[in-house]
Design a protein around this ligand. Sequence first.
Ligand code: C5P
Length: 301
Amino acid sequence: MNAVTVRAPAKINLHLGVGGPRDDGFHPLMTVYQAIGLYDDITVRTADSWSLALEPADYVDPADVPLGDDNLVTRAGQLLADLHGREAHAEVLIRKDIPVAGGLAGGSADAAAALVALDRLWDLQTSDEDMFRLAAQLGSDVPFALLGGNAFGTGRGEVVESVRGGDVARWWVVVTAREGLSTPSVYRRFDELHPDASARPAAPHKLVAFLADPVEAIADLLHNDLQEPALDLRPELRDVLTAGEEAGALHGLLSGSGPTCLFLCSSADHAREVAAALDGVGDVVLTANGPVAGAHVVEYA
Ligand code: C5P
């Protein structure tokens, strides 16, 4: 075997409760993650040095995905190689379908996929404990990209635990914006708007209790504390949310720190109808279902 392809999903937050900043600057979170069927694939091949290349979807601007040493895939490769005391040599291709800087954790998906792919290519047999530890070092959303499904996230989002019993297919319309939003700037605006935010963010008890219920039961329980600060920075996103609800979506909300907007629909057909009605409202209009698996091998060659 000299090549492995690993697929990792985008994430959305069905609930994102944010608390006041900790001493390290990160914000305590209480979140319910869902992995949705929008994916990046990472292919790694045996090589004598490290190289990284990109194969973007037609709606992804390659200029938005710098391939230097700061790329999370390169950092993932270096961390894994260091853990095992070996050289980080591989030819890596990122096939990117997850919109960039959109609040869908696409970079985190790439990092998680790279960890799994390189672990297999280099035959390292890294323990789950080490994989999740490295993932948390790479970013708050990376452990969830390994886990997938529906999960509780606490800490700064990196402490994840599968939510059992909620595995009912949900259909989403995903509307991206051409210009991304920087996550730190949205958290900063949250701090400005909520200088007295409690250290304990809002918990999603009701949502979790109803997670497997008919879709109408969860529509009004979707919640995102970063929506207000993101809309404050980008007021035009309100029009997108309104357009989705007018098009018949059960509920619209911002994905993570935005600017991607999500619309919960009642079925695949309903999602296609809402997506058609939203054509031209955002940059790209996609449909996806969740929950789906975390980073997993799709091909050995
Ligand atoms: O962990 P990650 O690298 O994805 O975080 C990116 C940035 O988002 C952090 O530098 C921080 O500004 C902000 N962040 C935060 N609280 C979190 C997660 C992220 O303030 N729980």
